[in-house]
Design a protein around this ligand. Structure first.
Ligand code: GLY
Ligand code: MN
Ligand code: MN
Length: 524
């Protein structure tokens, strides 16, 4: 339905009407006082009462306390981000920025334009003995006596349903809340050069351009010498907060680990749906879309959404790493690579790949390639233990793949030479990394420093993928014809514990025999 439905009542020549007003040209919304008075009256009061405090609230408080410790004396501004237009007056479904979700505990569609402000206080005098007092600013639902109620298609209750009130979010999150109208003062008050007693701000930039402008204007207006302000230094200042928030997510707390399990369980169900949908996919001229659709239905039924666009790649399309056009066929005799993840209501996502034989049985060459990838994954699992370096996981997988490619006679040099930094010829068929952190973002913690990420030490509580692959393109003249058009990736989601890696996605079969048995069981 369109917010400005039906025919024009505006009679002024279009040349005199500003463009921004024309959105109402088709509106027949009543505007009489009688309508407004009648619309505002006779609504039963809500009997729902305040929500209980969410289980995540204590975890979110600990996360805020950890970030507070790193930035004493500075105001921290973390926006959720605005609604984004998809086309004309239709928006994308809202998803808050992950740093905001992490620090507030908010998931699903909460809350466009909201901003978490952590205001500095004397050291130790803040929340939980920290250095800041946090307040969540957002636009609470307006009453039924307002125009928003019936006339605002983006936030009105008549259009999109009830939204939270200030007391509701305060009760749910255990966090003081305030109306967005107070944000400007909250962000800009006492801003200035720390050398003369002003407060300096750190902002998670590029989430909400209105907040970027608000903060930068406040900085400019209070700078000692505004005209020589160094904006790249501001990027560094703000970047440090983004980096710290990214690194804060490298080790998951117990609540986050539970959410990862929820996301993985729904994803496992989605993969079963795909196998059941295979006959329809094979019969359809865009069978890959049938596969994508089957998974998407599960993602919406059990979770919030997809964590990323599903890759449903039949045959040679599996050799395109991020094939998500999904316009191809699904043909018996070929492999189907599916890389998909359900994002839970909490916004944590799984990221799983299985490569399955469309007709239920691997051919000899498919099995041989599949087994090499599986062996690489198992070698990576073996070093995914606390105390080892993150980059060793990739190295272990590469060693297996280089050896296997050499044994098949595909490498122009020995496996040893290929594995050296000067070689790397094996990467022609596996050009991506083997692992990435996983959580609120599919590629989680992406702004962490290298010494914390690829050069970091594997630590209990980390969740990351292990996802080696081999991709032999149809047009690859460096390999015999029998390999061409086959792409295999096996991707699992790993939780690091004191006792080593736990494969969270182990409910999906990995060995060729288990994959075949699983498919046979589901197609009975
Ligand atoms: N699905 C994207 C990835 O595996 O990294
Ligand atoms: Mn991945
Ligand atoms: Mn993936």
């Amino acid at each position: 339905m369109n917010q400005t439905e039906q025919t024009s009542v505006n009679t002024s020549p279009s040349s005199e009407q500003p463009l921004e007003d024309r959105v109402n040209n088709r509106s027949q919304r009543p505007s009489s006082d009688a309508f407004r008075t009648f619309m505002a009256a006779n609504w039963a009061p809500s009997t729902a009462g305040l929500p209980a405090r969410d289980a995540v609230a204590d975890h979110a408080a600990r996360r805020r306390r950890a970030i507070s410790a790193q930035f004493p004396g500075e105001r921290l501004v973390i926006p959720a981000g605005p609604l984004k237009v998809r086309s004309n007056d239709c928006d994308y479904r809202f998803r808050p920025h992950s740093a905001f979700a992490h620090l507030t505990g908010l998931g699903v569609d909460h809350e466009p334009d909201a901003v978490l402000v952590m205001d500095p206080v004397a050291e130790g005098a803040g929340d939980d003995g920290g250095n800041h007092l946090a307040t969540l600013y957002f636009r609470p639902m307006a009453g039924r006596d307002t125009k928003e109620f019936y006339a605002d298609a983006r936030s009105g209750e008549f259009w999109i349903g009830a939204r939270p009130t200030l007391p509701e979010f305060e009760a749910k999150l255990g966090l003081p809340t305030a109306d967005l109208t107070g944000l400007e003062v909250a962000v800009t008050k006492n801003v200035g050069e720390p050398s003369v007693g002003g407060i300096s701000i750190r902002l998670v930039r590029k989430v909400d351009e209105n907040i970027d402008a608000l903060v930068d204007t406040a900085r400019y207006n209070t700078a000692k010498d505004p005209d020589s302000m160094d904006f790249s230094a501001l990027d560094d200042l703000d970047g440090k907060l983004t980096e710290a928030l990214s690194e804060l997510r490298l080790v998951k707390d117990d609540w986050e680990i539970e959410q990862m399990k929820v996301a993985v369980a729904a994803t496992v169900n989605g993969f079963e749906d795909i196998v059941k949908a295979l006959p329809r996919a094979v019969a359809h001229k865009r069978g890959e879309r049938v596969v994508e659709g089957a998974f998407f239905a599960r993602a919406r039924e059990e979770g919030n959404e997809l964590g990323y666009d599903t890759i449903a790649a039949g045959g040679n399309n599996a050799t395109v790493l991020h094939w998500n056009r999904n316009t191809g066929t699904v043909d018996a005799g070929e492999l189907l690579l599916v890389d998909a993840g359900v994002e839970a209501e909490s916004l944590y996502t799984a990221d799983i790949t299985r490569t399955i034989p469309v007709n239920g049985t691997f051919s000899d060459v498919q099995r041989k390639i599949y087994q090499a990838v599986l062996d690489a994954a198992d070698a990576a699992f073996a070093v995914a233990v606390p105390g080892r370096k993150f980059r060793e996981v990739h190295a272990a997988a590469m060693e297996v793949l280089a050896d296997r490619l050499a044994a098949w006679g595909l490498l122009p040099v020995s496996a040893e030479e290929a594995l050296s930094p000067e070689g790397q010829q094996h990467r022609r068929w596996m050009p991506h990394g083997t692992s990435h952190h996983l959580g609120l973002d599919v590629h989680d913690c992406a702004q962490a420093r290298a010494e914390m990420y690829v050069d970091g030490i594997i630590t209990e509580g980390m969740v990351f993928t292990i996802e080696p692959g081999l991709y032999f393109k149809e047009e690859d003249l460096a390999i015999p014809a029998e390999y061409r058009g086959i792409g295999v990736r096996i991707e699992d989601d790993i939780l690091i514990t004191a006792n080593g890696p736990v494969n969270l996605s182990a409910a999906l079969p990995r060995t060729p025999q288990d994959v075949e048995a699983w498919m046979a069981g589901l197609s009975k």
